[in-house]
Write a protein that binds this ligand. Structure first.
Ligand code: FMN
Length: 199
């Protein structure tokens, strides 16, 4: 049995393409892996606070010096990190907002990229500690960006995942969602065809 962690980040609950992709992923995954557990963390309905001085204090101060709010910030970060550590498969759904990921997803990443927990510094440089995990990134984009310099999602997320030790990362992009003609249909069909190969 594997554990799957789904991260949703579209601000939209209705008509969201990235949420449609995760629903399709979940349906197909359940058929292929009925015993697996699936946890969904929705960063739109349950947002994670931005990185702030209290989170840094929670991480860095010894327990007896932490304020209550620093302790609470640390516990939130621990909870999110434990959820990620427990997952065998990570699925991140991300709309493209202003050429990159939603700030809600960035805030989540800021809570789970933890020195000594998800990566560590060694004499030869940083080393990711999350070995043996697989990730899927399901994006929805108004335009077409894959492979171009305007795509600040895939290169960034590949770097972040590699930094914490996740090297097996598959990207599925639904592109052209706000374009006219048959761009939207083609983009969705292509993404769904790739999704069908995953489970
Ligand atoms: C605030 C905002 C910013 C956006 N920025 C971009 C962008 O930079 N590039 C792009 O191709 N599409 C952009 N879009 C379009 C979305 O990526 C597209 O509508 C996508 O389907 C949104 O994901 P969702 O359907 O899961 O909500 C933007 C949409 C919004 C609402």
């Amino acid at each position: 049995m594997s554990r799957v962690l789904i991260i949703e980040s579209s601000a939209r609950q209705q008509d969201s393409v990235s949420r449609q992709l995760t629903q399709t992923f979940i349906e197909q995954w359940k058929v292929a892996h009925p015993a697996d557990s699936i946890t969904v963390r929705d960063l739109a309905t349950d947002p994670v606070p931005h990185m702030d001085v209290n989170l840094l204090g929670g991480w860095m101060k010894p327990a007896e010096q932490r304020t209550e709010i620093e302790q609470a910030s640390l516990e939130r970060s621990n909870h999110l990190t434990d959820e990620l550590l427990a997952a065998d498969v990570l699925v991140m759904a991300a709309p493209m907002y202003n050429f990159t990921i939603p700030s809600t997803l960035k805030a989540w990443l800021d809570h789970v990229l933890r020195a000594g927990v998800t990566f560590k510094y060694t004499d030869t440089g940083p080393q990711g500690l999350l070995t043996g995990k697989r990730a899927y990134v399901l994006t929805a984009r108004g335009g077409i960006h894959a492979g171009s310099t305007t795509d600040h999602q895939e290169p960034y997320l590949r770097q972040v995942m590699a930094f914490i030790g996740i090297h097996d990362v598959t990207f599925i992009h639904a592109e052209g969602m706000n374009l006219g003609g048959d761009f939207q249909e083609k983009g969705l069909n292509q993404a769904n065809a790739q999704l069908a190969q995953v489970a």
